[in-house]
Design a binder for this molecule. Sequence first.
Ligand code: TRP
Length: 372
Amino acid sequence: MTNEFEVTPYRVSGEIDYDVLIERFGTKRIDEAMLKRLSRYGPLHPMLRRGLVYSQRDLDWLLNEYDKGNKFSLYTGRGPSGPVHLGHLIPWAFSRYLQDTFKVKMWFQLTDDEKFMFYDHLTLDETKKWGYENALDFIALGFDPELTKIFLDTEYIKTMYPLAVRAAKKITFSTIRAVFGFDNSYNIGSIFFTSIQTVPCFLESVEQGKKIPCLIPCGIDQDPHFRITRDIAEGLGYYKPALIHSKLMPSLAGPEKMSTSGNREMAIFTIDDKKTVKRKTSNAFTGGRVSVEEQRKLGGQPEVCSVHAYFNYFFESDDAKIREMYDECRAGKILCGECKERLFEKVWNFLEVHQKKRLEAKKVLDDFFVRD
Ligand code: TRP
């Protein structure tokens, strides 16, 4: 059962067992000791408390360096293939918390090249357009313009290329095949691409002219790229990047990841209007029973319910409230209709404000973007 899922940057399928994934990938769980350590820098983010941000590489080392006065840079990114959905906001909202807590620089990569090379239906103009659209969502979360640099690969390639070729020379085709599962039918841009995703780990070091540690907050599906980076980093004269991984937000259809490319009814996009959000939350998959009587008698199943997952991931920051809703559902005291209504309210309240901030972000794009 547990082995039937797959997680790579290019394919997520099946029901993910996150404990098994830690073993497969060879990462470390964020344990009690680490939570305690993190709480010394500021209040713990709810995603840490709830185990939604749950895995890491070299985080202890990174914090040791920080404690010695050796600040790190943050790096995360987005493949601009369409509108941003709520699942994308998970590692970004967490990144914002990291920037606030540690007062560090963020590099945000928009891989317009990647999405063009991997998707037949997208032109390079389209991925670039989505890049600028998606950047608005990132900025809307409140990143500090003094400490944040956003770039599109095709517009920053002159800066990145020397690092990309030095990385590429150290990566073999057989590594790419093994790590990403590509075969000979893949275009050669796809095979080369991971060297471009490696580069931002080192941009702060290049800019400052000395080795700077890097922390990558990301969905755990992106980890394979950075395993490659970590293997070659020291040979290039840099530190291995540290990572902090989030789980992937389930879709409204149940416990499989949301996808921009999959069924658009199954994810809530940040640009959805009120009516659309209402429809999508009303149609969400829940752990409800076949009839009201059954549900009152047997109770619901919050552990498989996508509405409950949404509260847990993003829309209810009060831990006690989450537990209460879970227990009430279990006891058959609340029905799915009530939860869906409550979720709609929460999502729409968030989106209404977010959409305003997105529009305001248009005016400050140039404070964030860097180009060659
Ligand atoms: N490849 C990622 C995607 O398809 C985008 C990305 C680039 C990224 N650099 C990153 C994601 C660093 C996380 C961290 O979405």
